[in-house]
Design a protein. Sequence first.
Length: 76
Amino acid sequence: MHLHVASGYSARYGGSLPADLVRRAAERGIGTLALTDRDTVAGTVRFAHAAAAAGVRPVFGVEVAVAPYTPPGPAP
């Protein structure tokens, strides 16, 4: 099971389309694959359809980038 895969929908983090990722996983006998794109869920429907067709169990996730917390300075 591979639980951290970004597709081409993750700018600068992935390059392959969800269907291609699923196809490659199925070719290698991987039965479960997670799609964890960065800041988007745009590929989840395509991923779900490809996984169902290939007999691969899909796991859905998202990696969300957030700005670090900077506490406010002292009051004047």
